[in-house]
Design a protein around this ligand. Structure first.
Ligand code: GLY
Length: 585
């Protein structure tokens, strides 16, 4: 019903906007945001948003709602994110203005080695870090959820896990959108999934992927969640841990009981920077998201994008050039800060941004081969960088929660690529991640997202692979202004950037901000990705004339956001590219 309600809202939006702005046809596809006063949850699935809002209705806070939504997403989007993976959350307290960041991302197993994906000739073995048991890193979602709930939750732990248990046990109907969105990833990973009996059982009917309208019941996962509701440590030291370790040992995986026992989520200091009158806070390393979001905003600096107008070629060109610089730096300097020194303050300093801004020629796109990592104190890469290809997949999930006091949670989590490693632990129902692919298997060799890395992101035991996840919270005068995030692999950073600019710079409401077409450049490959029908022909030609190599691409991550309006109302929207929904209270 709620899905239909959402489509109705979109249809009304299409009608009213096309009547009001018939000359601006592009506006007609913008979703209408939901407004509410008491609290709101926006996630990638209506049933997960419902799980979260039910916690707020019971008197729970933003943490309770976020934890319930996270567990529910693990059930209703098992191909994109879940308890077999990890993630990051950012948390804002409206009372104190404090911002906290929790890293519950996967860690490399204790037996992982720097060259574990190389063959005898030193070449990266294709797909070794993507498919099967060797691709799995130690999952962190359960520990992360328990840690944040233990400290800041209000309702009993059991109660926040309950909606997910019910969804797994009773099943839910697979929608058309979810089925079709996940189908290309299924087709891509089909052989791996079919070769793992437990994965085959969850994701197929006798080897065929589900049709829209079919019911997905996950009995093993329901039992696992029941055990977690009773004792979250069962995942790390109890029966669940034993099942994971035994299956790993049987199939050449690296994760042992020692890995699971040693897993700890880490509280980190969020990184923040000012943009106009707002303070933008985001995830620090081991995510690259916050660093490069702030870096790009700093490079834009006080350039008055608004006076050019939304999607003016000058604005798009400036953004694309800034993106290239950021991703060039990412390839060289970013990694797990517990293992390497990441020059965060230098990268997000306004002085460095100013220097990089001066290197941008507003008339001509600089070829990526000429854009280099730019800090003087650190040598530039010597590695030979290969030309990467994009992997397109509906991986990862973002959720945003704001409670009545305007405490906010922005949380992004993942099992990496769609269907993770294609491995499900028998009897346990957990889809395991392939997050090891987010390490640089070798310097300059692209991962599945086409991202290249170097020594900073080399594999080491217990190290965290570099991420692009960018859960972000914006405040003004210490009061919540907006919370936002997105899935989308390497495109996460630039997608979050554009949703923020749409609100803060262009004055869009939350619905328009998450709907509007987006661009992406990640330095390598040297192409400016645009959405089909995202830019008009004149704008595209203008960008081509400046030297941009335009590539139309799909799919894009389904972002979501909650914005606080001038009259203190919560305004939330889920991206029409997905089937998520805002639910208010
Ligand atoms: N696995 C994608 C990311 O963390 O960026």
């Amino acid at each position: 019903m709620r899905v239909f309600a959402k489509y109705e809202r979109v249809a009304i939006a299409v009608f009213s906007l096309s009547v009001l702005f018939h000359s601006q046809v592009v506006s007609a596809a913008f979703t209408i945001p939901l407004r509410s006063k008491k609290g709101m949850v926006v996630s990638a699935h209506p049933l997960a948003s419902e799980a979260g809002i039910s916690m707020l209705r019971k008197g729970g806070n933003a943490v309770d709602a976020a934890v319930a939504t996270t567990f529910a997403i693990s059930v209703v989007e098992p191909f994109s994110a879940g308890i077999g993976g990890g993630g990051f959350l950012l948390m804002h307290s409206e009372k104190t203005g404090e911002m906290k960041a929790l890293d519950f991302r996967e860690r490399a197993p204790l037996n992982a080695t720097k060259n574990m994906y190389l063959d005898a000739q030193g070449k990266v073995r294709p797909n070794a870090s993507v498919n099967g048991y060797l691709a799995v890193a130690t999952p962190g979602t359960v520990a992360g959820m328990y840690e944040v709930h233990r400290r800041y939750g209000k309702l009993p732990w059991r109660e926040v896990v309950q909606p997910a248990i019910a969804l797994a046990k009773n099943g839910f109907t697979l929608s058309r959108l979810v089925t079709y969105r996940s189908l290309p990833a299924f087709e891509n990973r089909k052989q791996v999934i079919l070769s793992n009996p437990a994965a085959r059982e969850i994701f197929t009917r006798n080897g065929e992927y589900y049709q829209p309208g079919e019911k997905l019941v996950q009995r093993d996962l329901a039992k696992t969640l029941e055990a977690i509701a009773q004792n979250p440590q069962s995942f790390y030291t109890g029966n669940i841990a034993q099942a994971i370790a035994a299956d790993m040992a049987k199939n050449g995986g690296l994760i042992t009981l020692a890995d699971l026992k040693a897993y700890k989520p880490i509280w980190r200091t969020p990184i923040c920077s000012n943009f106009r009158q707002a303070k933008i806070c985001s995830m620090p390393p081991p995510s690259s998201g916050g660093v490069h979001l702030l870096q790009i905003l700093n490079i834009i600096g006080d350039t008055d994008l608004k006076s050019w107008g939304w999607h003016h070629p000058n604005g798009l060109h400036l953004m694309a050039e800034a993106m290239k610089i950021a991703y060039a730096d990412r390839s060289q300097y970013l990694g797990d800060p517990d293992f390497v020194k990441v020059p965060v303050q230098q990268l997000i300093s306004t002085a460095y941004a100013k220097k990089r801004r001066q290197q941008i020629n507003m008339k001509v796109a600089q070829p990526s081969t000429e854009v280099k990592p730019g800090l003087e104190t650190i040598p530039n890469p010597k590695s030979k960088i290969q030309n990467p290809k994009f992997y397109e997949s509906p991986e990862t999930s973002h959720l945003t929660v704001v409670d009545e006091q305007h405490n906010a949670i922005s949380l992004t989590f993942t099992i990496n690529l769609g269907f993770g490693a294609g491995v499900v632990t028998p009897g346990i129902g957990i889809v395991l991640n392939n997050e090891m692919d987010d390490f640089a298997a070798a310097p300059g060799v692209p991962n599945a997202f086409g991202l290249v890395g170097n020594e900073a992101n080399a594999i080491a035991p217990r190290k965290t692979p570099l991420s692009s996840m960018t859960p972000t919270i914006v405040t003004e005068n210490n009061r919540l202004r907006m919370a936002v995030g997105s899935p989308g692999g390497s495109t996460i950073i630039t997608q979050v950037l554009q949703v923020i600019l749409n609100v803060l710079e262009y004055g869009m409401d939350a619905g328009a901000a998450v709907s509007a077409s987006r661009i992406h450049h990640q330095w390598l490959p040297d192409e400016l990705r645009v959405e089909p029908w995202g830019l008009d022909a004149i704008t595209l030609q203008n960008l081509r004339d400046r030297g941009h190599n335009i590539k139309e691409a799909t799919p894009w991550g389904n972002a979501n956001a909650i914005v606080v309006t001038a009259d203190n109302t919560l305004e939330g929207a889920a991206d029409p590219r997905g089937e998520g929904s805002p639910i208010g209270f």
